[in-house]
Design a protein around this ligand. Structure first.
Ligand code: TRP
Length: 349
């Protein structure tokens, strides 16, 4: 028997849900989100944003949360947070998130959702929190001490998901421990006090992870990412500076030629062609020709998104209205759920 918490089981559940989504969009409530730590890049776009828009357009109930409190799990400053939050909203809208169909909100603006933290904390042990591999990895990567928030933010993430009774959560593989914890919290709550919460599953992306320009994980801190909001000129510059190798013949070989292969994957995803086909076409053209092709592919793909972005940026009142309306709706939902919890727990006075 495979362990229910294993990656294989999560992948299988995710595949089942994906097959059912178009048939029964009304049975699903999607909730996912991002930390407002910078601009979204191509990896975010292909890894998750595009999929969110597809779910929205299928008629699934969709919500996107801006996880501003999670910014302070492993850093000691909220510098630039307002600018980052507004820019996330702009990125979402430019990518096709429609605020009439998708609720966009910041979790710090929803007190009743944060209040779920108290009963939820009572449902998990310190040992369960200490075991979370993603928390450990984030602590090591940031060099930050294990604060109370860093240790317990996966419980806070369960609040994010459960306050609106989310049952599908599009996330990367690194987030699976958090989804498992959310499922555990929901089950324990339901067993102890009566059924309030749904079964929650991760929706894993069906597109392979897009590497950065150098073949490593795409990340702003590695300088190998292309933000949706950068200009075509900056994009060209960044691609030009990316590390390849001295071999003229272009081949797709992620293991031995990470730079060349990262560039090929970027061109492939933006053009809908395969890496091998593009490599064959360039042949002995070398990395100069490859980089020109990648630049053209990325800039062409991003042009409509960037054009919408520029337009939206001109209307910051609209951006703020979208967020305020999302916050208002989130508060309504959170109040209703908190009411059910009070009932279930007998805390009605
Ligand atoms: N922890 C997620 C990340 O770092 C962001 C996040 C916060 C999230 N709350 C969420 C994702 C709820 C999905 C559901 O990317």
């Amino acid at each position: 028997m495979p362990n229910e918490n294993s990656y294989e089981v999560a992948q299988r559940r995710s595949d089942e849900i994906r097959a059912d989504l178009a048939k029964h969009p009304g049975s699903y409530t999607m909730l996912t989100g991002d930390r407002p730590t910078g601009r979204l890049h191509l990896g975010h776009y292909f890894g998750t944003l595009k999929g969110r828009v597809e779910l929205q357009n299928l008629g699934v109930k969709t919500s996107v949360l801006i996880a501003d409190y999670q910014v302070i799990t492993d850093r000691d400053t909220t510098e630039h947070i307002q600018e980052n939050v507004y820019n996330l909203v702009i990125d979402y809208l430019a990518c096709g998130i429609d605020p009439d169909r998708t609720m966009i909100y910041a979790h710090s603006a929803v007190p009743a959702a944060n209040q779920l933290m108290l009963p939820f904390l009572s449902l998990v042990s310190e040992a369960e929190l200490q075991r979370n591999p993603t928390v450990k990895a984030e602590m090591e990567a940031s060099g930050h001490e294990l604060t109370g928030l860093l240790l317990t933010y996966p419980v806070h993430q369960a609040c994010d998901i459960l306050f609106c009774k989310g049952n599908v959560v599009p996330v990367g593989r690194d987030q699976l421990p958090h989804i498992e914890l959310t499922r555990l919290i929901a089950r324990r709550f339901n067993n102890r006090y009566g059924t309030v919460f749904p079964e929650v599953d991760a929706l894993l992306s069906d597109t392979p992870l897009l590497p950065g320009l150098d073949g490593r994980k795409m990340s702003k801190s590695y300088g190998n990412a292309i933000s949706l909001s950068t200009t075509p000129e900056e994009t060209a510059k960044r691609i030009k500076k990316s590390q390849t190798d001295g071999e003229r013949l272009i081949t797709f070989d992620p293991e031995n030629r990470p730079g060349v292969s990262g560039l090929l994957s970027t061109a492939a995803i933006c053009t809908g062609r395969s890496e091998a086909e593009i490599a064959d076409e360039i042949g002995m053209g070398g990395s100069g020709q490859l980089k020109a092709l990648v630049t053209e592919a990325v800039n062409t793909y991003l042009e409509p998104i960037r054009a919408r972005r520029r337009e939206i940026e001109q209307n910051m009142d609209f951006v703020k209205d979208v967020l305020h309306e999302g916050n208002r709706r989130a508060n309504e939902i959170a109040e209703a759920t908190l009411g059910e919890i009070r009932e279930a727990m007998g805390m009605v006075y």
